[in-house]
Structures are given as C-alpha cells and as structure tokens.
Design a protein around this ligand. Sequence first.
Ligand SMILES: Nc1ncnc2c1ncn2[C@@H]1O[C@H](COP(=O)(O)OP(=O)(O)OP(=O)(O)O)[C@@H](O)[C@H]1O
Ligand SMILES: [Mg+2]
Length: 398
Amino acid sequence: MSDIIDEVISSFKVSNIFINRDYLMPDYIPEELPHREDQIRKIAGILAPLYRGERPNNIFIYGLTGTGKTAVSKFVLSNLYKKFPNKFKYVYVNTRQTDTPYRVLADLLEALGVKVPFTGLSIAELYRRLVKAIKEYSLQVVIVLDEIDAFVKKYNDDILYRLSRINSEISKGKVSFIGITNDVKFVDSLDPRVKSSLSEEEIVFPPYNAEELEDILRKRAQMALKPGVLSDSVIRLCAALAAREHGDARRALDLLRVSAEIAERLRDSTVKEEYVYMAKDEIERDRVRDIILTLPFHSKLVLAAIVAKLLEEKNAVLTTGNVYEAYLSISKKLGIEAITQRRVSDILNELDMVGLLTARVVNRGRYGKTKEISLAVDKNIIIKTLTESDNRFADLWG
Ligand SMILES: Nc1ncnc2c1ncn2[C@@H]1O[C@H](COP(=O)(O)OP(=O)(O)OP(=O)(O)O)[C@@H](O)[C@H]1O
Ligand SMILES: [Mg+2]
C-alpha cells in the first residue's frame, strides 16, 4: 500500500506545470508591474522629498479592485527604501486585516520601536504615545493605510482625523500618509477636514484592458510555469474573461493559477482552454460559498426560502410578497421567530448587493410596485452551502 503514498508524493514533488506556483499568488509583489509606469512615477515623485529629509504630501489612491494599488504602493516604497534606507521609515497597515483602532495604533507604535501591551490602554493614550514616538523619531515616517474604507465603515473616521492632525501637534512635519481604497464613493463620505488633509495628492488607478492583462499574465506566467505549458490562446482567454467585468488583475491571475492547478491535478502537461472555464466555475463556486457562509442567519433563511419556492415550482415568479410567505413557512418549520416583511425586503436588497440575486422593481398597475427577484447563482451551490453551514437546513430539502 505504501507505494500508493510514494506515487502521490512523487507526483507532487515533480510538477509538470509549475516552476513556482508562488509567483501566481495574489500577495506576491513582482519586480515588474507592466502598465503602471505612470502611477509608479507619480508616487515616487511625490515621495522624493524623503531623500532630503522633507515631508512628502499625503497621497490618496483609489481605483477598482485588482488594479494594482497595493502592489504598486508596496513596490515603490520598498524600492525607495532599498535605495536610501537611512532617510525614512515606512509602515504598511492593511486596516481590513488589522481591524481595530487599538491594533492599528499598536502596530504603528511597534513599527517605531515602541512596545505596547496587547490590550488595556485607552485609544487616547495610544495616540498620545504615537505622537511622542513620531516626535522623537529621527527620520521621516510614511504610513500606508490600505483598504481604509472597510475600517472607517466599521468604526468611523475618528482615527483618520486624529492621525491627520499629528503633524500639527509636532513642530515640524514628520509623517505622511498614503490612504488606499477601492470604494470611490468613500472619499466623499469622509469628514471634509480629513479628506482635504489626506488627499493633498490624488492618484487614480484605472482598470486594465484585456491587452494589458495579457502582458501582466505573460510576465507572471514566465516565472511561474514551465516553458511550453501555456499557449497564447489560454492567456488571451484568461485576460478576456477578467476584462469582461472590469480589468481586475487579481481575477486574471486567479483564473490562470487555478487553470494550471487543474492541469496539474489531471496530470496534463499543458493548460487547455477548457480548464480555464472549469477554473472560472471553481472560483465562482468558492466566491459564492464564502459569501453565503458569512451571511447572518435570517439572510440565510431568506435565501433558503427562495430556493424552497423554486424547488416547489420551477418557474415561479418571485416577489417580495411570496418570498416572505415562503420565509414565514420555513421559519415556522424550523421553529424560529420570524422578522417583519420590511426587514426581509431589506435583506433582499442586501443579497442583491452581494451578487446572490437580482431584484428588479416592476410596476404592476393598480397593484402598485413590487420587486421581482431571481437568483444570480446556481441554486445547487446555495443548497449545498446552506446545509453545510447549519444542518437544520437539511430538513428543508429532504
Ligand atoms: N501591473 C501589474 N503587473 C503584475 N501584476 C499585477 C499588476 N497589477 C496588479 N497585479 C497583481 O494583481 C493582483 C491584484 O493587485 P493588487 O492587490 O495590487 O490590487 P488592488 O488594487 O490593491 O486591489 P484591492 O482594491 O482589491 O485591494 C496582485 O497579485 C498583483 O500582484
Ligand atoms: Mg489592495
């Protein structure tokens, strides 16, 4: 039997496909970032005063997801730092991951060499220590706050307001901020004082078009995949599929990586176009699964109600009214206290926003307006994921 294990391991050890899969992973920062020369030049130009020990302007970076904001910012800072390490210090914080004001301030402090306890201090105290640390620090400090929209939505812009005032609390400007977001509307929702302070310079990252995505994929594939594994038509297909929504390089790279993984799994020596379509389904399935698993319970119930209704009657026209009836019926079945139709209607909008369904307002003459609802994803994925997340759902589809 151990020969089976040997076989599995040996096929794992030598890959037909990959030189190094890491080069296709989303967090790898490549040495070359095609089609971002303008943004690299602009950011480097704004940060150049660091070389003379002067404070650069704050920068606000925005653009849709997967347009290279994080990669470019890290690339510019790490390269500047390599060139003159004694001139400044930079700290990168992803505020979606480091997602409490306490942790953000503690991380900033630690980067400046000030240890703080894991909990227990007040935010005001942390902030006071940060101002002191920056004041005493001998070099300019650049602080990158990535994905700040998520953070501000969860808390508020208080921390941004405080941070943006640091320079006015110390006699000489010492700290610059780079704020990054993929939510363009977010910028307008900020307190005007925070906004004007943080966006001394604004840089927009436009989506990539299909040809640009092809160049990006080609460069990454050269490093990650063995020669001859990939045809140009596969690259073009990945790029075209990713460009269809908006030019999202992360999506393009995911498609390529998962296609290559499928080839490897099937012990093929080349990546075929059909694997790209398989990869697309696989990625979509994972995405839908992740969204469903993190939904609040009543949102899951609403989703279950829609599926139950469709199982009962394949071409049912779904409206807020009959979805609510179906929801009441399954709540009763599961012995759960129901929420109001108004709340269910809100949930339907939320499910629309995360892309699980589409709700369209239709005017039904004297019956007034109603919403017509249809699923935007495969109902079998919903059934499988709901059952997995909570086995009470299993009883609903028998
Ligand atoms: N010009 C490029 N060349 C090579 N790889 C790129 C380029 N632009 C983006 N990428 C890669 O695409 C992926 C997504 O890029 P990045 O994480 O920088 O996007 P983002 O704009 O920060 O997106 P989000 O708003 O979702 O955080 C990363 O793996 C990154 O390395
Ligand atoms: Mg990013």
